[in-house]
Design a protein around this ligand. Structure first.
Ligand SMILES: [Fe+2]
Ligand SMILES: [Fe+2]
Length: 208
């Protein structure tokens, strides 16, 4: 992870493309909340979660344009790092978690589990990224985004416990699935940045 970030942050245009990929992932997250919850009661917390993910997508897009030195009107590969692989990561995670939960899952369980695991990875990734930015002396701070992701993680964790669908076995399976998918995405990212290939990037230390 550190090797990839060092390589990506070294070159502003490459950094811009990474930022646009993060914008894409935040946008997909926000859209998934909307699509999966639109037929249910959109309470204040859900609307806030969706609005914050949309704002994160905007923040990263704005920074992407700053580093690329030109508008990044969309998420095409010309100005987005590994856009197809980022989409695949999210799509397979969503499908895999739905499959793991089975047909009799509570209606809200897929949303909560996908959000929980994505928040966990986001917090993990952004802390490495924040550290790399500081080391490279790049004036960009992720602190407010990290605080919001941490709050989302706690909310998802609380709802999973309240719903009675948080258990160690399921958590281990979801973490294993996400680790495999994220490591695959990171392998593509390191190739694109010309960095060393990654080892597996486990989440175990913070999960549960
Ligand atoms: Fe986010
Ligand atoms: Fe979040």
């Amino acid at each position: 992870m550190k090797s990839f970030l060092r390589a990506a942050l070294f070159e502003p245009r490459l950094h811009g493309k990474l930022l646009n990929m993060l914008s894409l992932l935040e946008h997909i997250g926000s859209r998934k909340i909307m699509l999966s919850q639109m037929r249910k009661v959109l309470d204040t917390e859900l609307l806030k979660h969706m609005a914050e993910e949309t704002r994160h997508a905007f923040f990263f897009k704005h920074q992407a344009e700053r580093f690329c030195g030109q508008p990044c009107a969309d998420y095409e590969e010309t100005h987005t790092l590994c856009a197809p692989q980022a989409r695949i990561y999210f799509a397979r995670l969503d499908a895999g978690i739905t499959r793991l939960l089975g047909k009799n899952a509570a209606p809200r369980a897929p949303y909560l589990w996908v959000s929980f695991i994505v928040e966990l990875r986001a917090g993990w990734f952004y802390s490495f990224y924040e550290q790399a930015l500081q080391e490279a002396k790049i004036p960009l701070s992720l602190k407010s985004i990290m605080a919001e992701e941490e709050k989302h993680l706690q909310e998802m964790q609380r709802h999973l416990h309240e719903l009675g669908v948080m258990n160690d076995l399921l958590c281990a399976r979801v973490v294993t699935l996400e680790t495999k998918l994220f490591t695959r995405l990171l392998t593509h990212l390191t190739q694109a940045a010309g960095a060393r290939p990654p080892l597996e990037q486990p989440l175990h230390s913070r999960a549960g």
